[in-house]
Design a protein around this ligand. Structure first.
Ligand SMILES: NC(=O)c1ccc[n+]([C@@H]2O[C@H](COP(=O)([O-])OP(=O)(O)OC[C@H]3O[C@@H](n4cnc5c(N)ncnc54)[C@H](O)[C@@H]3O)[C@@H](O)[C@H]2O)c1
Length: 260
């Protein structure tokens, strides 16, 4: 491992085979980490996808993190091998639509995946780190909408705001163990869920086109660079922080007619 770049040798990445996850996985693998990629894809298919992006030392673990047993299994498998000393929590979903149009299931799915499963996963990870005196770090991936009312994704934004509280709580409770927790909040990225909304929801595209002061979508590499920074030696004093890398999107009012 190149210690100039990363302070952690074994890094678990949830949602590792998603749009942003692939770039984060590729980048951390290139920097010399043993990556443990966790995603929904069936084991064989996941392994072959992972080989394409992280041909060095890497492990794929299939898990649906919203399922308690599946989450426990993934923790157990990691305990049998090299347990990660850092986690990048990227697994997430978005369901678009004004709140009044969203069903109970839509709301529960978003909160379960984006918040509840992350609370449970971090509880298990931290329990292990405390028992083994591992000074680990968790990075939760939130979004610039954790404090900006972008229309049509209110349950999603609520889940992301919850992640900020989760991370700060973990940071406060675990600083005495040398365990740190930080949030990274990207803007509007040109892959994954935002790219899908951009393609499929005209309203979203019109708003997004006008809402980024730097005038372009964010690359997944720019998110991966933020993750690498938080996992590196220059961020050792950071805990309980929310690193916002959004091209200024959160600086703008949200209704198109209010922009400019
Ligand atoms: N794309 C953006 O513009 C953007 C902006 C800000 C924040 N984010 C956040 O970044 C993260 C990654 O987003 P993305 O755009 O790459 O989305 P994506 O849909 O491409 O990737 C999400 C990944 O999470 C996995 N996943 C979903 N539910 C899971 C579960 N129950 N168990 C295990 N894995 C599960 C999916 O299989 C997928 O590979 C998300 O948390 C998202 O909220 C994305």
């Amino acid at each position: 491992m190149n210690n100039e770049n990363l302070s952690f040798a074994t890094i678990a990445i949830t949602g590792a085979l998603g749009g942003i996850g692939r770039e984060v996985t590729r980048t951390l693998s290139k920097l010399g980490a043993h990556v443990i990629a966790i995603d929904l894809l069936e084991q064989g298919e996941g392994e072959s996808e992972l080989r394409k992006i992280a041909p060095n030392e890497s492990t794929y673990l299939q898990s649906n993190l919203t399922d308690n047993q599946s989450l426990r299994n993934v923790i157990e498998k990691m305990s049998e091998g090299e347990f990660p000393n850092a986690v990048v929590a990227l697994a997430g979903i978005v369901i678009s639509g004004d709140l009044v149009t969203q069903s109970d299931e839509d709301i529960e799915d978003v909160i379960n995946c984006n918040l509840t499963s992350q609370i449970k996963l971090s509880r298990e990870i931290i329990h292990h780190w405390q028992n083994k005196s591992i000074e680990g770090q968790i990075i939760f991936v939130s979004s610039w909408v954790d404090h900006v009312p972008w229309p049509g994704i209110t349950p999603y934004a609520s889940s992301k705001a919850g992640l900020v509280a989760l991370s700060r709580g973990i940071a406060r409770e675990n600083a005495k163990f040398g365990i740190r927790s930080n949030v990274l909040s990207p803007g509007i990225v040109d892959v994954g869920m935002a790219a899908k909304q951009w393609r499929e929801e005209n309203d979203y595209k019109l708003r997004a086109m006008r809402a980024i002061p730097l005038g372009r979508l964010q690359s997944a590499q720019e998110v991966a660079d933020g993750v690498s920074f938080l996992l590196g030696p220059r961020a050792l004093y950071m805990t309980g922080s929310n690193l916002l890398i959004d091209g200024g999107a959160s600086l703008y009012p949200m209704d198109p007619e209010d922009v400019n």
